[in-house]
Design a protein around this ligand. Sequence first.
Ligand code: TXE
Length: 502
Amino acid sequence: MNVMANDFNSLIPDTRRFLEQEMKHLIGDNWVKSSKSGSFPVIDPSSGSILTEIPKGTSQDIDEAVQVANATLNDPLWRDMPPASREKLMHRFADLIEGHAEELGQLEALDVGMPSVVGQFVEVGNVIETLRYMAGWPTKLNGKTMDIGEPIPEKRFFAYTKREPVGVVGAIIPWNVPLMIAMWKIAPTLATGCTIVIKPSEVTPLATLRLAELALDAGIPPGVINVVNGLGNEAGQALVEHPLVSKISFTGSVATGKLINKTATDTLKNVTLELGGKSPVIVLDDADLEKASKGISMGIFGNTGQVCVAGSRLYIQRRVFDEAVERISKEARSLKVGPGLHPETKIGPLVSKDHRDKVISYIDAGLKSGAETITGGSVIDGPGYYIEPTVLSNVSQSSKVVQEEIFGPVITAIPFDDLDEAAHLANDTSYGLSSYIWSQNIQRVHQLVPKIRAGQVYVNSTPFPHPAMPMGGYKQSGIGRDLGEEAINHYTEHKSVVIGIN
Ligand code: TXE
C-alpha cells in the first residue's frame, strides 16, 4: 500500500495567505520576532516537507508577554468591561471563527494531519460551541450573601462573596487537537475577565496563531490573548516559572505534567493538568455489536488515535469476543488512510516521524510479548508518517501495549467473564481519563458506571467533548477539569467580604 502527500492546489486563498506570511509571536497588539534569533520548522506529516518556520521564543519573550497580560488585567477597558459586553465580544469572535472554519480546518489538516473536514466541522465546530457556551457565563458569575449572625457580641455584619478573575493564565497546548484545546483555555479566560499567555505546541502551532489574529480582528482588547511560540523546556518552562502567572492550564503528557506541577509549586500557582489516558471500552454480551463496532472504531482510529480520550483497551464479554473483534477489525480495514486535504481521507498520518516510530515500537513490543495482529500493524509506504489502523489480540493485561498510552491507531482486545472482572480490568492502569460501555441492558450499565474510576463514562457512544460537560481525569490522568462550570471555577477566585454595619 502506498499513500500520497497533501495536494496544495486544494488550499483556499486565505490558507495560502496565512502560510506565506512570516510567523511571529503576539504580544499585546504587536506581532513580534523573538528576542534572540532561532526558529524551528513546522512539518507537513503527509510528506515530511517544511510548511514554514516558527520563531523560537525565549524566557525574555515570555516575560514581555506576561507583563503585558498582567497590565491588561488592570486596564479599565478590560477590567471594567460590563459582563454583557464581554459576552457580545465572545459571540463576535465565534462568528468570525465560523467564517474562517474552512481555513482553520485546512491549517489543522496541514499541521496535525487530520482530515480537513474533521478539522473544519468537528474541531472548529467544538471551538465555536465552546466559545458560545462560555459566552453565557460572564453575566452569571455571581457571589452569595451570607447571614453570619453576630460573630462578635452586639456587632452586626453584612457578608458576601464575589467572584474575581484568577489573573494571568499560562496555557500550554499539545499537538493533537491544538485549536480545540487552545479554545478550552481561551474561552474561560475571556468569560472570567482573566488574560492569557499561550505557548502552543512546537509541533503544531499554526492554527493557534491564526486564531489569535482573528481574536484581534473580533475586537478582543490587545493584551488579553498573547501567544509566544517555543520549546517546552525553554518558553514553556519560563511560563510556568513566571511569578506573575497565577494559573497554569496544561494539556499534554504525564511526565511533563508532573514536572510542571513541581515547578509551579515554587510560586504556588493554581494548576490544572489534563494528561491523557488509556481508556477502557467494555463491550457486554447484550451490546448492539454493529453500532458498537462502528463507534469503537471511530473512538480509537479518529485523528489516528492521537486523542487523549481514545478508547484503546477493549474488554469484550467472552460469548461475543470473536464476533466483536472481527467486526471492529473489519471497520478498521475499511477506513481510507490518506493526507488530510484529500476529500476521501478518514485517517491521516501520525503527527511526526518520531511519533510514528514510537507507535511502531509499541506494536513491536506487543508482538514480542505474544500479541497477535488481527489487522494492521505496519507502516504504510509513502512520503508521510502513515500507519495501518491496528487491532491486537492475545495481549496480557500487564503488557506495555495495554498499560501505556500509545497515542496511535492501536487497540488491544481482552475477554472477560463478569462485570466485576470488567471493572477490575478497566481500572487496572495508572490512568483514569475516559471510559466506554456498550450494552443494551440499563441495569448492568448502572451497576458498572459507579465502579469505573474515570472522569468520563460514555455509554453506547463514541467520545465527543461537550462544552457543558467537565473534562478531565482521575488518577494520573490529571488534576482539575477543562470545560463546564468546573472550568469557570478554576479561572476565578472567591473573595469573602465582611462589612461591619454598626
Ligand atoms: O508531550 P509534552 P509530547 C501524550 C501522548 C504523547 C506523549 C508525548 O502519549 O505521545 O504525551 O507527547 C510543552 N515546561 N500526550 O512530547 O512534552 C510542549 O512544548 C512547560 C497526551 O508532545 O507533554 C507542548 O507544548 N511546557 C496529550 C506541551 O508541553 C513543556 C496530548 C505538550 O508536550 C515542558 C499530547 C516543560 N518542561 C501528548 N516540556 C493529551 N493529554 O491529550 C514540554 N512542554
